[in-house]
Ligand binder design. Structure first.
Ligand SMILES: [Zn+2]
Length: 290
């Protein structure tokens, strides 16, 4: 799909699962279970879907999924527990396989924008290669927000299980991590980042096109699935539910006006959507598959 001056591709990196109750916060199970049926452990399927933006000069990835080399990163025992608990399944899709299908390799990627360093977004940033943990994309410059890096280094008790130093320390050691401080207009041609604070400290969302008329916004963990387009659908994981609702309202309003696309990182059924205002709330007006 053409988005401005970029060819845009969805890059699914594999399914995982999280507790349905945690994904939908105060929304009752009788409602969310219809669209996202829970398994025997009450988990719902989620995709770890990244966005690839390609121009003549750039091949830009937004987020990188849960990644591989779990045994080398976390140890055999914890890796097994991790795979079981989160139902990690890369049999259908992985970063490597999805890029290959599109005709690209790890070496082709020029930039990686990490929305935040939770493992399901940044786990794929590093890989075990030649006996060491190192950047997965050897030629890429990686971007992260300063305040998110700080919280990842020293996580609060609620987020401790989501931030692992193995996913970002090797980037710092390889000197390929560029730390951003705040919103940046045109970080890359036609691509801007803006900070949000409802989900975690300084999650940067990515916008293609101007603020007044966005073509696409990467919803990250502010609008992880199509169900979360609805304003009260807020995850139990989020640090500041009321803040997230305001953040969501602001960028969904601009997308509804510009008929731009919100990209869903975690929706198991669709890559993105156009949205419309529905009274004081929002709904999906058109499903988009790239
Ligand atoms: Zn997150």
């Amino acid at each position: 799909m053409q988005i401005g001056s970029y060819q845009a591709f969805a890059v699914p990196t594999g399914l995982f699962a999280l507790d349905g109750g945690a994904m939908f916060g105060t929304v009752p199970k009788v409602i969310w279970n219809k669209s996202n049926p829970a398994d025997e452990k009450n988990r719902i399927d989620l995709e770890a879907r990244c966005l690839l933006l390609v121009s003549a000069k750039h091949k830009i990835l937004v987020d990188v999924g849960c990644g591989e080399s779990l045994v080398e990163k976390y140890g055999e025992k914890f890796a097994a527990k991790f795979i079981d608990m989160y139902k990690l399944d890369r049999t259908k899709n992985s970063m490597e396989a999805s890029l290959k299908r599109l005709g690209f390799t790890y070496e082709d990627i020029t930039h990686v924008i990490l929305t935040h360093l939770h493992f399901d977004h940044a786990g794929g940033a590093t890989i075990f290669r030649d006996g060491n943990l190192m950047p997965t994309f050897p030629k890429a410059k990686y971007f992260v927000q300063k305040r998110n890096l700080a919280t990842a280094r020293n996580p609060n008790v609620r987020e401790k299980a989501s931030y692992f130093k193995e996913n970002f320390i090797p980037l710092e050691e390889a000197k390929c991590l560029e730390v951003l401080d705040g919103d940046i207009e045109n970080l890359l041609p036609d691509i801007s980042v803006f900070n949000t604070f409802g989900h975690t400290e300084a999650q940067q969302l990515v916008r293609v096109g101007p603020a007044a008329a966005p073509l696409l916004i990467y919803g990250g963990d502010i609008v992880p699935t199509s169900s979360h387009v609805r304003l009260p659908f807020v995850m139990g994981y989020d640090l500041q539910p009321l803040v997230i609702i305001e953040e969501k309202k602001k960028f969904l309003t601009s997308l509804a006006q510009s008929k731009g696309i919100v990209f869903f990182e975690h929706d198991p059924f669709m890559d993105g959507a156009r949205v419309q205002q529905d009274g004081a709330d929002f709904t999906v007006s058109e499903k988009i598959n790239f």
